[in-house]
Design a protein around this ligand. Structure first.
Ligand code: GLC
Length: 480
């Protein structure tokens, strides 16, 4: 075997180190993922605001309160009425314009609201016979008001929609032959099979409503694909039929009245078949059991490892739960600013989006302590905007806790993540013919001195505070 000449090897390894992972566009269950150009806005927007709001804001013990405490459907629905006193979801301060102002102030370029969470309560009007909606209880379509406010604020509009619905005992017993363990006290009953079918039909009906009544929707965040809270989302596709079409033989058929039929082939469309037909530009996550145009990393854990492949969105909340909890009123219990900045930086250098959650209270007010934290974060994001929006993570792999990179055109941004405190930093080889022209701290514009020898660039005289993110902008003679 002929050995590769040394220089070829050197070149190959440099190319490998810089290669941006390629997003694979594949087809799953008959539905192709969106092409790169349709998901580009998310890559550019980078930061979003997630909003968990619903009846659960009343008891204020998180969005899972109904299931965690096994609250019966009829008791739970009282939360939508004044008889519930201080747990009444009165929505009296609901002002989506104020939410959108906060979204803008915190540096978000897109928003996503829980149109419906697992408790089944819809923040929109639905005509499904067993639906439970804000139109019935408050004579308002909160989703409509939200969508209008988001558009007026120039934000991309997302909707969160769960597949499951705790109002249906059939969720735990889709065949009516073996009820899974649950906190509601449901036990196996033959009628659960029909109830599960209705739960699925309700989902189809409401997905169609959400995709038809509010103009273009930019993002759909499915959740809760698993059945009886067990297994994976994909495991449950036999039931939900999230792909292009439904199967005539399926045991839980959706009445054509509530679904959609392809007029050419005569096939009934599956969940994603419907979404693509009605919202051809929407980008969608994978939690329906279909593979997703982008993927999710959920929760407050640190973001580590290599640059992600494809479009990946990290979502996290700043308090104990996603839905409102009283700890959100106490600044000391809200996620620290330095943490949020760090997680944001960790996302940016890995080419990810960052979706930060708020849980408005039962009146519709976002707790002041959360607002303040997000506005502080927004000032930081604004100061570092060139290193965030419209950039790509990389081109070199980050080192956890130490450093990472983003770049855009002829600008390279070196993110120091708080664990690197040396006064000099040598970058990976820049590539042939690339020269640094200037380097400065992004926050202040203060010059950073450097030296370059061939492809080796070293920043010098750095004063990097431990535990804080510092970003240095490097102007190059051309793009990387
Ligand atoms: C988790 C929570 C759910 C929340 C979601 C947000 O799945 O259980 O309540 O809506 O995260 O991504």
């Amino acid at each position: 075997m002929r050995a590769f000449p040394f220089f070829t090897l050197l070149l190959l390894s440099a190319v490998a180190a810089m290669a941006q992972p390629v997003r694979q566009v594949r087809t799953d269950l008959g539905v192709p993922m969106q092409p790169d150009e349709k998901i580009q806005w998310m890559r550019d927007a980078r930061i979003g605001m997630f909003i968990h709001w619903g009846l659960y804001a009343g008891p204020a013990r998180g969005e899972w309160v109904m299931r965690n405490e096994g609250i019966a459907v009829d008791d739970y629905r009282r939360l939508a009425y004044a008889e519930s006193d201080d747990t009444y979801f009165d929505a009296r301060d609901y002002d989506p314009k104020a939410w959108m102002q906060l979204a803008r102030d915190m540096g978000a370029r897109y928003v996503n609201l829980t149109a419906q969470h697992h408790d089944g309560y819809c923040l929109f009007e639905s005509h499904y016979p067993t639906a439970f909606t804000s139109k019935q209880t408050h004579n308002r379509d909160f989703v409509r008001e939200y969508v209008e406010a988001a558009r007026a604020a120039g934000l991309r509009v997302g909707l969160y929609k769960t597949l499951i619905n705790w109002r249906h005992p059939g969720y735990y017993d889709v065949r009516g032959t073996g009820c899974a363990r649950n906190t509601f006290g449901y036990v196996t009953a033959a009628w659960h099979r029909e109830d599960a079918r209705q739960m699925k039909e309700e989902l189809y009906c409401q997905t169609r409503e959400l995709c038809t009544h509010y103009g273009p929707i930019d993002q759909i965040f499915w959740d809760g694909g698993w059945l009886a809270e067990q297994g994976s989302d994909a495991d449950a596709s036999f039931f939900w039929e999230p792909g292009l079409r439904t199967d005539l033989q399926n045991e839980w058929p959706v009445n054509p009245l509530f679904a959609m039929t392809d007029s050419i082939t005569g096939h009934q469309l599956g969940l994603m078949g419907m979404v693509r037909r009605l919202q051809p530009d929407a980008v969608v996550n994978p939690r329906s059991g279909w593979c997703g145009d982008y993927t999710c990393e959920e929760g407050g854990a640190e973001v580590k490892g290599p640059i992600r492949q494809g479009v990946v969105e990290k979502c996290m909340t700043l308090t104990r739960a996603w839905g409102y909890t009283p700890d959100a009123e106490d600044a000391a219990q809200v996620r620290r600013l330095a943490d949020i900045q760090r997680i944001c930086a960790d996302c940016m250098v890995r080419d990810m989006c960052f979706l930060i959650n708020v849980g408005p209270d039962r009146h519709g007010h976002i707790p002041d302590a959360v607002q303040q934290r997000l506005r502080d974060f927004g000032r930081w994001a604004q100061t570092h905007a060139p290193a965030i929006y419209g950039t790509r993570g990389g081109p070199w792999q980050p080192v956890d806790g130490q450093y990472g990179f983003t770049h855009s055109g002829s600008r390279l941004y070196v993110y120091f993540l708080g664990g690197y405190t040396e006064s000099a930093f040598t970058l990976p080889a820049l590539g042939r013919g690339i020269k640094a022209r200037r380097a400065a701290l992004l926050a202040t514009g203060e010059r950073v001195s450097f030296s370059q020898k061939g492809q080796t660039l070293t920043l010098r005289g750095l004063k990097l505070p431990a535990g804080e993110v510092t970003i240095v902008a490097v102007e190059l003679n051309r793009g990387l």
